[in-house]
Unconditional design. Structure first.
Length: 328
């Protein structure tokens, strides 16, 4: 049989293509072959960082590779989230994305949106509570809301995060839900719930609408009381804190989501591998035990459901940002 140059060229091309396919399939089958980096857009020591480090430990047990947590802070979350979307989409650089993805671009802080990420799984959701000082003149949530509604704009002050942060916008949305202007309560920017709690007990501000776990130490010391939490059910770690729905028949529920995501364009097979490993890590004693002990909320959504949540919450926060007057 005579092999022509054309036949030889075709044979070689086919062989090379087959080899590439086999190599590619082998690489995917072996993923991950080296340590994974998990970017956290907030500082070490906070709730987001603690959540990230705990899920990283549990994920290591499932994948058999180290998951190294790296804090990339700055710009109200912009720096870390930008690092996530600019990473190579090979599955070796991921991030613990937070709800600020749905807030930053509406305020003109960045151009990136949820569409720049590959959602992999949601692992956490914390609902805001409504905390006041123990010596507050208001004995209930109803009394507080009536006073906010009837007193002049700016009479009451609140804090717990920076201007336009999750607790600011969640509380503004709650006011809107109660037919109260979003800016009726003046927001005092802070570095977080901890310094806001100090201001609360000293009388510098009136309300801290942070997550209830962030108020735990002050509540246990008898210096702060939590009127309610904007969640569908009571938090098991805080059984004496009722939901807003119990008190005022409000179904408003907006809080802070956290989930594992990567840059846009990740291979679906790698995403599926990570999604499966994350589900096992999420259900592990390592993760569930820590989150329960701290009182943090656990909520699971797979890649598809997580992507839907990111899309839905984007429009919700867009409306709140507009109403608060922070849209840019």
């Amino acid at each position: 049989m005579t092999i022509t140059n054309h036949s030889l060229k075709t044979l070689l091309t086919s062989s090379i293509a087959a080899a590439v396919l086999v190599a590619s399939g082998s690489a995917l089958a072996d993923y991950p072959e080296r340590p994974i980096t998990l970017i956290v857009p907030w500082a070490a020591g906070g709730g987001t960082d603690a959540t990230a480090r705990t899920i990283a430990r549990a994920l290591e047990e499932e994948l058999g590779q180290n998951v190294n947590v790296v804090n990339r802070t700055g710009g109200s979350g912009v720096v870390g989230h930008t690092a996530m979307v600019n990473a190579k989409p090979d599955g070796y650089t991921l991030g613990l994305a937070t709800g600020e993805v749905n807030m930053m671009h509406w305020q003109g802080l960045t151009n990136l949106t949820y569409e720049d990420f590959t959602p992999i799984a949601q692992i956490n959701y914390d609902f805001p509570g409504i905390q006041v000082a123990a010596d507050s003149p208001y004995a209930s949530l109803e009394e507080l809301l009536n006073a906010i509604r009837t007193e002049p704009k700016g009479t009451f002050t609140a804090s717990g995060t920076g201007q336009g942060g999750v607790w600011h916008l969640a509380f503004a949305g709650f006011l809107m839900d109660q037919d109260i202007p979003a800016d009726q309560v003046t927001w005092i920017p802070s570095e977080g719930a901890a310094p806001a709690m100090v201001e609360l007990v000293s009388g510098g501000i009136d309300i801290v609408p942070s997550s209830v776990p962030e108020a735990r130490s002050m509540m246990e010391a008898g210096r702060v009381k939590s009127f309610a939490v904007m969640s569908p059910e009571r938090i098991p770690s805080f059984p004496d804190t009722p939901t807003t729905n119990e008190l005022i028949d409000s179904s408003y529920q907006v809080g802070e989501w956290r989930g594992i995501a990567g840059p846009k364009g990740m291979d679906p097979e790698i995403v599926a591998t990570l999604e499966s490993a994350l589900e096992a890590a999420y259900n592990s004693d390592t993760y569930q035990g820590f989150m329960d002990q701290q009182g943090f909320g656990t909520e699971w959504r797979n890649a598809e459901e997580f992507g839907q949540l990111m899309q839905e919450m984007d429009s919700v926060f867009g409306e709140i940002v507009e109403q608060v007057g922070l849209a840019n």
